[in-house]
Design a protein around this ligand. Structure first.
Ligand code: 3AM
Length: 180
């Protein structure tokens, strides 16, 4: 019998950046704005995979291990609110081509492996607040952090005790880092 797990590929925020973002978030949004995503859950989704069987998970890990893409940096200088899913997010006005290529590669591999991929264009973002369905005062600017990505990871979304926790299952390096 095979079990399935809810999976996605994502970039992990380095610890120092994670801490800077949550400190700034606490000063920048009121508690009414939405429910803060736990620091350890902050990530940039590259490809959502949905419920994946153990067999398909093994195949996806094999494909991921063969990816040879370069690392990249991006400036986190964009903020937005999507009232429909109720999400306040942090992103970039200039998505590096290498980020878009990595996401496209993972999404097309996922689609070929039978994971449904949304036809919506990829909008790289880090979800900061959830349940943000009411109008939110979005700060005019971010501190402009630099997010350097030197690896990508496969995560499992675990729902337990009324909470979602993202657990990293495996991580793969990106090749030599260069400029944004
Ligand atoms: O936190 P973000 O927005 O990056 O919204 C979910 C979260 O992304 C997204 O996958 C990430 C990990 O759960 N997600 C959840 N269900 C989804 C779906 N059906 C989805 N993305 C696309 N389609």
């Amino acid at each position: 019998m095979s079990s399935s797990r809810r999976l996605f590929f994502a970039l992990t925020l380095p610890d120092a950046l994670q801490q800077q973002v949550i400190r700034w978030r606490a000063e920048s949004f009121t508690p009414e704005a939405g429910r803060p995503v736990a620091a350890a859950n902050l990530h940039l989704t590259l490809a959502f995979l949905g419920d994946v069987s153990a067999q398909k998970e093994t195949a996806l890990k094999k494909l991921a291990s063969r990816i040879s893409q370069p690392g990249f940096s991006m400036v986190l200088d964009d903020l937005g609110h999507w009232p429909r899913p109720g999400v306040v997010w942090l992103g970039t006005r200039r998505a590096p081509r290498k980020l878009l290529q990595l996401a496209e590669l993972l999404r097309s591999q996922a689609a070929r492996s039978g994971c449904y991929q949304s036809p919506m264009p990829f909008h790289p973002h880090i979800t900061l607040l959830r349940s943000a369905t009411q109008p939110v005062a979005i700060p005019p600017a971010t501190p402009g952090w630099i997010f350097s990505a030197d690896a990508f990871a496969l995560y499992q979304s675990v729902f337990e005790n009324g909470r979602t926790r993202y657990q990293m299952l495996e991580q793969w390096p990106l090749a030599n880092q260069d400029n944004p």
